[in-house]
Design a protein around this ligand. Structure first.
Ligand code: GAP
Length: 527
């Protein structure tokens, strides 16, 4: 079913979204959230460094995820497996043979593309033409317009839709048959040109494995080849029995892990959305075979609650249930978030059956069975996994928090309304002046807060400018120390979003901050 979108509005909305992503990227750099990697050498494509505020935000996102998994579920425990694993791991998981993208080079421009993306972009252009026809007709017929009837009877639309169906069917067949010559032929038949140069001088299509290879120690040749892990999940699978036995875990139970993963993406773009080195937060939940349907629904529900508790807008999330499933899955769904580029995958929830454990049993020759004390029998558990990219979550938080506001007096501010529990700095303590004992008093307050919160001291510039800087990094509270503080032990506390200020006793400040920034409320809301 086609969406009814007015194209002009659609393109304007897209341009605005692009604009927003650019603003978020430049804000992230200006304030020390994210820097391009090795920037003094002009950077390295698709690699980024997290700066002084970025690392705090990232750690807070990790804590929220970790606590919601490991602290809030008594049957989930953590793990920190190594990045390097025995190479057979990746044979067993299917990554050596099947973790590929079809790649094509343009001989003139020397640019490299994903063949599937070139074809999908071509199809998207035809879809846009259909959309244009639909919009025109909707305008012409007004309320009497019946879109379903129009798209099934209008000659142009039917012809274009047939073309799309034929292209996609041919592409699918070519991929299923591993007929890469026909993928190239399809690109040629459709006269697809290099989007940058217009050249149609293409190489053959070949499969490109996304795993990074390196060599172990002094061993040379194939025997020494080792991979940087493309997902953290396999570290959990190979340790499943270690954890189950040493922790005396009973099914159902989960193992959670946060760690780096590496994929040699052919096209890595859109800032930290698609990188070659990134971090995943994954949890594998081991269950009795036959119960996967109920656990899959349970984890879909849990994960969407976790996201929505952050208050980043109910409408900014949607599920995308997979129709075409990976070889190991019997159900899969993505949580999509409305990024500045539109709705994109943020997290995956996959019912992975017993594929991985059975395959590791076969390749290792070791039994990975669970002895069920209730039924007195042994079996390989099924697995439901939740897998979220930490960097994508970071981008979701940054882009939804970035707000440009015009205030009542006509001045403007940039506000990062990051959830207080995730905010990198919880409070700034600001002496109104650099004299009369105000800085010393401010330091005293800091000393009382710094064991529990990340706090910031600043005495430079007018107080208004200092407030603006804290708004721009998302600090929920500014505590101002003035002459009255010295007389009656009170300070003003300014709230980031409302900009309201209250006079409160210094003795109450810790409690006020704690109530707002603690993960407790967030964890309870996400349950
Ligand atoms: N173990 C399952 C797995 O790895 P996936 O859908 O390939 O599944 C899970 O990846 C999540 O990892 C994605 O939803 C996304 O958030 C993140 N992710 C995947 N590739 C990424 C990349 N190149 N850059 C940043 N994040 C990525």
């Amino acid at each position: 079913m086609l969406r009814r979108v007015n194209s002009w509005h659609y393109f304007r909305a897209m341009a605005k979204q692009d604009d927003k992503l650019k603003k978020v990227i430049s804000h992230a750099k200006e304030y020390g959230f994210v820097f391009p990697s090795s920037e003094i050498y002009d950077g390295l494509s698709a690699a980024y460094d997290y700066g002084q505020l970025g690392v705090e935000l990232k750690n807070n996102i990790k804590s929220y995820w970790w606590d919601s998994m490991v602290k809030m579920h008594e049957n989930i425990v953590g793990l920190d497996a190594s990045i390097f694993m025995h190479p057979t791991t990746w044979k067993a998981s299917g990554h050596v043979d099947a973790f590929n993208d079809p790649l094509i080079d343009n001989k003139d421009s020397k640019k490299r593309y994903r063949a599937d993306v070139l074809i999908e972009d071509f199809v998207e252009k035809i879809r846009m033409k259909i959309q244009k026809d639909v919009d025109k007709a909707a305008k012409r017929f007004g309320d009497a317009f019946d879109e379903a009837e129009f798209v099934s009877t209008n000659g142009n639309v039917v012809r274009r839709q047939k073309q799309i169906d034929e292209i996609l069917a041919r592409f699918k067949k070519a991929m299923d048959d591993e007929d890469l010559a026909d993928v190239k032929k399809l690109i040629e038949d459709l006269e697809i040109a290099d989007p940058d140069t217009g050249s149609r001088n293409w190489t053959d299509v070949r499969q490109f494995n996304l795993m990074f290879k390196t060599e172990l120690g002094a061993v040379s040749g194939d025997a020494g080849i080792i991979y940087l892990r493309p997902e953290t999940a396999q570290g959990i699978f190979v340790n499943y029995l270690n954890v189950q036995k040493s922790g005396r875990m009973k099914l159902p139970f989960g193992i959670a892990q946060i760690g780096k993963a590496f994929r040699n993406e052919i096209i890595a773009r859109q800032f930290i959305f698609r990188m070659r080195e990134f971090e995943q937060m994954e949890m594998q939940f081991f269950i009795k075979p036959g119960t996967q349907g109920e656990w899959y629904d349970y984890w879909k529900n849990q994960r969407i609650k976790w996201h929505k508790a952050l208050g980043m807008g109910e409408d900014n999330y949607r599920f995308h249930d997979h129709i075409k499933l990976a070889h190991y899955a019997d159900a899969a769904s993505d949580v999509e978030f409305n990024f500045p580029m539109g709705f994109r995958e943020l997290e995956g929830i996959h019912s992975r059956t017993d594929f991985d454990l059975v395959s590791h049993e076969e390749h290792s020759g070791k039994k990975l069975r669970y002895f069920d004390p209730e039924t007195n029998d042994s079996y390989v558990p099924y697995v439901v996994e939740t897998s979220i990219g930490l960097d994508r979550m970071f981008l979701a938080v940054m882009s939804s928090a970035y707000t440009e506001e015009t205030l009542e007096d006509g001045s403007e501010r940039i506000l990062m309304n990051i959830h207080p529990a995730l905010a990198p700095v919880k409070a700034a303590v600001l002496p109104l002046m650099k004299k009369d004992g105000l800085p010393e008093k401010a330091r005293e307050i800091i000393d009382n807060l710094k064991t529990d919160f990340n706090v910031f001291y600043e005495e430079k510039d007018a107080i208004g400018r200092r407030y603006r800087r804290q708004d721009a990094i998302g600090t929920p509270f500014c505590i101002t120390v003035d002459h009255q503080t010295l007389e009656d032990q009170t300070v003003t506390i300014r709230h980031r979003d409302s900009m309201e200020q209250d006079r409160v006793a210094i003795a109450d400040v810790h409690q006020i901050i704690s109530e707002k920034v603690s993960l407790r409320n967030l964890l309870l809301a996400a349950q």
